[in-house]
Design a protein around this ligand. Structure first.
Ligand code: HXC
Length: 521
């Protein structure tokens, strides 16, 4: 071998050695420990998420330059996070995957810089950012530099919000201020039993509030899916979490200047469902599951529900109609009669704003008795929080279609994408009841004296309720004012909706110029 070739071979060998070192992260013992916890490694997660052979790593050779507290003896190539780009179903994404095997995935200067680099690139080229989080938080040894690195990420999360989709998967610890990066992103997916998120952990909580809670109870996946609403999805394991990302990607665009992907399928646009004519019980106090209607009208009967376990009195998620991605918001009569409360308002408002920011048309199914009464709701701000929902619908300029299946009472009628707040096409089923309030409440207000004075008050009240229902318990007065565009036979809902969204596909609507709005927070 001549000298020149030997020299080159040595250099190639060195490169290969460095890359292998980087790939192995914290070493085989740490990888085994990670597997023992039912967790995949950072690379394994990326390999599963990304189309085969499309991942290109960036900064695999970056490392910290600290010699605080013995760190100089713990230099790992990659610095505890794998970053790069790849494709999901042939669409480009920027990614980071924290490596718990390296110093517990803790975040410091280089680790933070790597994440910022891919976020900056994502913004310039207009592609989603997907973060796989598994970290002990700020690297204690690097002190305030670690805090600065977090803030650099928070700033980018904020600037990217509404520009490119951001998805966070929590696959291990996520504690302290670290939680605020996922919290700013659009979707948070948590893995059961192996992930948790909290601002202060169980030990501090015990000292301060004397509550004795496990990490899982305080900030596990179920807790955040059901109680706080921080988690939009819960997965049984790493693989399921990554599958959720893939499905979600299917419905969302690359950035705010693009449309979501159009995915044709074999479900006929003119498919009708006779059962829809009979799905709403004639007794208007009887519940039914709104998801049966959503599933029925969706392409291939597939509804990808978001935030499933939180505020179940409202349902949100994605469907396709004629191949087009549509965001669905629907009151759920099966839970609390579909009433709007604080949590339901917040849940739906956030979803609507995501869809509007990313050009995803909105479909609303309405069956709502109104806002939930009571001191608990009033004192905790149903006014401000209900206003979020009203605000979100009002400012949204994407195509907006409503179907009133039953109750549309009071303020909730206005809020749920009424014509008055720029609903483009508003339909009602014959079972719709569009009124200021339900018959009993209304009669008790307007005929109180007449009922009290009647020979048989109960009988008189029932007569008046029947009269009120005849007059207002239908969609025809609203139709006579053009407040709804048509009363439709339920079985034709799918073809009518597909036609509506086709009609609206090039809709242009604008809000007045402003620095930003001031949504009631
Ligand atoms: C440096 C860390 C670390 C950290 C973990 N490690 N967290 N190193 N800085 N923040 C290291 C451990 O020393 C250990 O190294 C290895 O990672 C694995 O950690 P273990 O404790 O052995 O793992 P486990 O038992 O699974 O416990 C994981 C853990 C625990 C619950 C995350 O490590 C922990 O409580 N870490 C500290 C969490 C924390 O308080 N972080 C700061 C939060 S405040 P060796 O060499 O022994 O394998 C914060 C502020 C952000 O993040 C501010 C933004 C504004």
């Amino acid at each position: 071998m001549n000298e020149d070739k030997k020299n080159i071979e040595q250099k190639l060998e060195k490169l290969s050695k460095l890359k292998s070192l980087s790939e192995i992260g914290g070493g085989i013992d740490k990888i085994a420990a990670q597997h023992k916890k039912n967790k995949l490694t950072a690379h394994e997660r990326l390999n599963y998420l990304i189309d085969k052979n499309t991942f290109r790593e960036i900064d695999a050779l970056a490392h910290h330059h600290s010699n605080s507290f013995g760190l100089e003896k713990q230099v790992f190539l990659g610095d505890g996070v794998v970053t790069g780009y790849g494709e999901i179903a042939t669409r480009k994404v920027m990614l980071f995957s924290q490596d718990f095997t390296v110093l517990g995935g803790s975040l410091a200067e280089q680790h933070g810089k790597k994440i910022c680099k891919i976020m900056d690139m994502a913004m310039k080229i207009g592609v989603p950012v997907i973060g796989l989080n598994d970290s002990g938080g700020a690297r204690v040894q690097e002190g305030v530099i670690s805090l600065g690195a977090y803030a650099d990420i928070f700033l980018r999360n904020t600037l990217a919000s509404g520009v490119v989709p951001q998805i966070s998967v929590i696959m291990g610890p996520c504690a302290g201020g670290a939680v605020y990066s996922p919290a700013i992103t659009d979707f948070v997916i948590m893995v059961k039993d192996t992930s948790y998120m909290f601002v202060t952990g169980p030990k501090v909580v015990k000292t301060v509030t004397h509550e004795n809670l496990t990490s899982e109870e305080l900030g596990g996946a179920e807790t955040h899916a059901i109680k706080s609403g921080v988690a939009h999805f819960v997965a049984e394991n790493d693989i399921e979490a990554l599958d959720i990302v893939k499905t979600l990607m299917n419905f969302i665009p690359q950035n705010n200047a693009e449309e979501p992907p159009f995915v044709p399928n074999n479900d006929p646009a003119n498919r009708i469902d006779d059962s829809l004519n009979y799905i709403v019980p004639s007794n208007s106090n009887q519940p039914y599951d709104i998801r049966n209607i959503i599933n029925s009208i969706a392409d291939e009967n597939f509804f990808f529900e978001v935030h499933k376990e939180y505020a179940q009195n409202i349902v949100v998620g994605f469907i396709r109609l004629g191949g087009r991605s549509v965001g669905v918001v629907a009151n759920q009569p099966a839970i609390l009669a579909g009433v709007l409360d604080i949590n339901a308002s917040k849940k739906a408002a956030r979803f609507i704003r995501f869809c509007d920011a990313f050009n995803i048309p909105l479909l609303t199914f309405e069956d709502v008795p109104g806002f939930l009464p009571g001191s608990d709701q009033e004192w905790n701000g149903i006014i401000t929080n209900g206003a979020k929902l009203l605000f979100a619908y009002s400012e949204a300029t994407v195509p907006k279609v409503t179907v009133i299946t039953r109750k549309a009472y009071g303020g909730a009628y206005d809020v749920m994408n009424s014509k008055h707040i720029r609903g483009d096409l508003n339909y009602a089923w014959p079972s719709a009841e569009i009124a200021v309030m339900g018959a009993k409440g209304a009669v008790e207000i307007i005929f109180k004296k007449e009922i009290d004075d009647a020979e048989n008050p109960d009988e008189r009240e029932q007569e008046l309720i029947n009269e009120y229902n005849d007059k207002f318990g239908n969609p025809y007065i609203a139709a006579s004012y053009g407040y709804i565009d048509d009363v439709i036979e339920p079985k034709y809902t799918r073809p009518i909706l597909i036609e509506a969204f086709n009609l609206l596909q090039n809709k242009v609507d604008k809000n007045p110029y402003k620095k930003h709005d001031n949504i009631p927070l």
